[in-house]
Design a protein around this ligand. Structure first.
Ligand SMILES: *Cc1c(COP(=O)(O)O)cnc(C)c1O
Length: 427
């Protein structure tokens, strides 16, 4: 007699979703294909934890891919949303919260004098290169292999992250013309930057990068790289755009630019700035930002941009992050995890740990990772195997070798010790 098989609720939802949503998910990484697992459907979050629809509890290191730096359901963020909610969800007209948000962003991010709110990181980067092209009256954009800047046409060349995970090098549907104006070179390679400017002098509108790369796994800028970029772009009359959608308010309150003391011309933001609601932003020098409509003629708009609920959630989160010691504590937690993982890596071999405040990657390679080429040397099969073992032990690590893990302010020492024990048993 056969026992009736129990099909998990996640599996049932996945089966329904596959019929009506491409791949059963609304963003590719969630399908968990790269780690050979089935999608997990979540029901709720609480602090550092996520609970799936089958009642399984996971210690979460994805943090909604970055926004949840205070953990899930932070009381201050929820309260701000509830209070604002009672006043309505959208006006399609200016509101108080967006002014407060713009003032706070200008105060916190050293290089931002003016800022425009949008609804996603993708929108922020698309809009930033538009105004950069208008300002410089040039067309070429230089980007770096493995850096992800959202899914705008111009950026879908060697874009790391989700594409790297799926092994997609170029994307059908993106006309060659759209990427012809994008030049992609290796990260941490100033000689390549100099060469590009030599070949395309006075044609390059902007150099855009993740100042700390999170979308190829975590890759830190080598000494002098960011400074070199600043010097070259300034000399050549091209704009420097820091895509801080991931690093903004994470590696430091003022982002990577505060940490490395480099002043870009434009900055893109997202993730943390929305407190878990859909928000992006781009800002920078006043003379550039004033070119945007209606103060200038570079058109960019949005029905839900500066949405009061999203602004309220983001403001509440940013205000919490302003509390003294926040980043010292976040750094200590990250260091604790990094130290433990490094010990495991040393003992077992074949692994490398990269970390910075709030971000960490365990690469399954014994070679130093300095760019996308070296990141790709990682053993992704081994990563997948370890990911599945971790998931079984209740650790929800980013489901790709090419994504950074995020530590939040609510991961406790005990949580981190539990994580290290799970890694010890899994690698
Ligand atoms: C996530 C991310 C984006 C895209 O943001 P979305 O809100 O997903 O559109 C752009 N740039 C970087 C660096 C990111 O990490």
């Amino acid at each position: 007699m056969s026992t009736p098989s129990v099909i998990s609720r996640s599996k049932q939802l996945a089966a329904r979703a596959e019929a009506v949503i491409p791949g059963g998910v609304n963003s590719p990484a969630r399908a968990l294909k790269a780690v050979g697992a089935d999608p997990i459907y979540f029901d709720r979050g609480d602090g550092p934890y996520l609970f799936d629809v089958d009642g399984n509890r996971f210690l979460d290191y994805v943090g909604s891919w970055g926004p949840m730096i205070l953990g899930h359901c932070h009381p201050r963020v929820l309260e701000a949303i509830e209070v604002t909610l009672a006043h309505g969800t959208s006006f399609g007209a200016p509101c108080r919260q967006e002014v407060e948000m713009a003032e706070l962003v200008c105060q916190l991010i050293p290089s931002i004098e003016m800022v425009r709110m949008v609804n996603s990181g993708t929108e922020a980067t698309m809009s930033a290169i538009r105004v950069a092209r208008a300002f410089t009256k040039r067309d070429i954009i230089v980007k770096f292999e493995g850096c992800y800047h959202g899914h705008g046409d111009a950026f879908l060349a060697k874009a790391g992250s989700g594409l790297a995970t799926l092994g997609i090098s170029s994307c059908p549907g993106v006309p060659e013309e759209a990427t012809k104006l994008t030049i992609t070179i290796p990260f941490n390679d100033l000689d390549a930057v100099k060469k590009v400017f030599k070949e395309h002098s006075k044609e390059i509108a902007a150099v855009i990068l993740e100042p700390v790369v999170g979308n190829a796994g975590l890759i830190l800028p080598q000494d002098g790289f960011l400074k070199g970029l600043r010097d070259i772009t300034e000399k050549e009359g091209a704009l420097l755009i820091f895509d801080e959608v991931m690093t903004g308010f994470r590696v430091a309150l003022g982002g990577a630019q505060a940490r490395y003391e480099i002043k870009p011309d434009l900055t893109t933001l997202g993730k943390i700035i929305g407190g878990g609601l859909p928000v992006g932003a781009y800002g920078g020098r006043k003379d550039i930002m004033q070119m945007i409509a209606p103060s200038g003629s570079v058109y960019q708009a949005g029905t839900l941009s500066g949405n009061p609920l999203a602004m309220a959630a983001g403001l509440a989160q940013l205000k919490m992050l302003q509390q003294p010691e926040t980043y010292v504590k976040l750094n200590n937690k990250t260091e604790l995890l990094a130290k433990g993982l490094s010990e495991i890596a040393e003992k077992k071999g074949g692994m490398r740990v990269a970390h910075i405040t709030g971000m960490i990657t365990l690469f399954f390679t014994d070679k130093e990772v300095i760019d996308f080429e070296t990141a790709k040397k990682s053993d992704t099969e081994k990563f997948a195997k370890v990911w599945r073992k971790l998931a079984e032990k209740g650790i929800y690590w980013p489901p790709s070798q090419f994504e950074a893990a995020f530590v939040s302010t609510v991961h406790s020492t005990k949580d981190i010790e539990e994580t290290l024990k799970a890694f010890e048993e899994s690698v």
